[in-house]
Design a protein around this ligand. Structure first.
Ligand code: NI
Length: 162
């Protein structure tokens, strides 16, 4: 297993639009294992491939308290969404910073697993928010983009001091 380097805001590579995975081969088993290890090491709950400078539609998550329920999403897309929910968000690419972001309350997500099987997941709460946050990464979008320019600049300055 390899711990991958996580890009930090405002790195322009975080703005890349990820490509669809065409053939799900064993490389993706290795990639998602490394991404999960990287996410656990950084104490995050979700990580998109974009954040480790790999621009393909791959996301990993683990929302469990014991950190033993890894979830892997290949080619995820949100096909339906409903309602509104506001929650505090953070991001491994925006270390130490949190802000309130408004999202859909409920989402239906379609994705593939490592065997190439297609699944649909209907969910709300933290998992729904996390899915929306990670899928944004695949489109080069960060949670700070939902904030005012003033707040975003403040975060940029704080991170530049580190
Ligand atoms: Ni993030």
């Amino acid at each position: 297993m390899t711990i991958l380097n996580i890009l930090s805001f405002p790195d322009p590579r975080l703005r890349t639009n990820a490509k669809t995975v065409k053939t799900i081969n064993s490389d993706y088993k290795t990639l998602t294992t490394d991404m999960l290890e990287t996410m656990y090491a950084a104490e995050g709950i979700g990580l998109a491939a974009t954040q480790v400078n790999i621009h393909e539609r791959v996301v990993v998550m683990d929302l469990s308290e014991d950190r033993n329920q890894p979830m892997i999403f290949i080619n995820p897309e949100i096909i339906e969404k409903r309602g509104q929910a506001e929650g505090s968000e953070g991001c491994l690419s925006v270390p130490g910073q949190q802000a309130m972001v408004e999202r859909s309350e409920w989402v239906k997500c379609r994705y593939q697993d490592l065997d190439g099987e297609t699944h649909e997941l209907e969910t709300e709460g933290l998992l729904a928010i996390c899915i929306q946050h990670e899928l944004d990464h695949l489109q080069g979008k960060l949670f700070v983009d939902y904030l005012s320019k003033l707040k975003r600049d403040r975060i940029r300055k704080k991170l530049a001091k580190k």
